[in-house]
Unconditional design. Structure first.
Length: 164
């Protein structure tokens, strides 16, 4: 498992896709985004156009662990949007959200997981925002501890911060 984290627009998705193509000529892209509005639908469309015919697209808002990924190379983009779906649907139940992470990590596949370091930005101005920032931080720590490689993206530059 490779975990790629960083700030918004730091190059995480691009780097993950480049890595996936080094491991497989036909990787899987797992999109977790829920398309909340028109602006986000346009963003999703731009992401789709970045990938060519070598990629298989799977869209799954919540049950990533149940996807048929065994033996494949898969990019999971991204943990933050995936957690948002659980956070909203499970009425901000942190424990229930954390339980969903293990199902993803049980996949018998080469998984490249993308996440965001939202705690490195502005401090959330609401209790809900702070609760989500905490959840994101805990999940990032958990995934990073289990990953063989952890990469921090800074201004388009990958910094490997863990290898096993």
């Amino acid at each position: 498992m490779i975990f790629i984290t960083g700030g918004a627009r730091s190059g995480k998705s691009r780097h993950a896709q480049e890595l996936a193509l080094q491991y497989s000529s036909s990787p899987v892209y797992v999109a977790t985004a829920r398309q909340w509005d028109d602006e986000f639908r346009e963003r999703v469309q731009r992401h789709r156009q970045e990938r060519d015919e070598r990629w298989t697209l799977m869209e799954e808002e919540r049950q990533i662990g149940r996807l048929p990924l065994a033996g494949k190379v898969a990019v999971i983009d991204c943990v933050t949007l995936w957690l948002t779906n659980f956070f909203v649907d499970l009425k901000q139940d942190i424990d229930a959200c954390l339980q969903q992470v293990d199902e993803l990590l049980q996949q018998d596949a080469t998984i490249i997981i993308i996440s965001n370091e939202i705690g490195m930005g502005l401090h959330a101005d609401s209790a809900t925002g702070r609760k989500f920032t905490d959840l994101q931080g805990w999940v990032n720590q958990y995934i990073a501890a289990k990953a063989g490689t952890v990469i921090l993206m800074v201004s388009g530059i990958p910094l490997t911060i863990k290898t096993t």
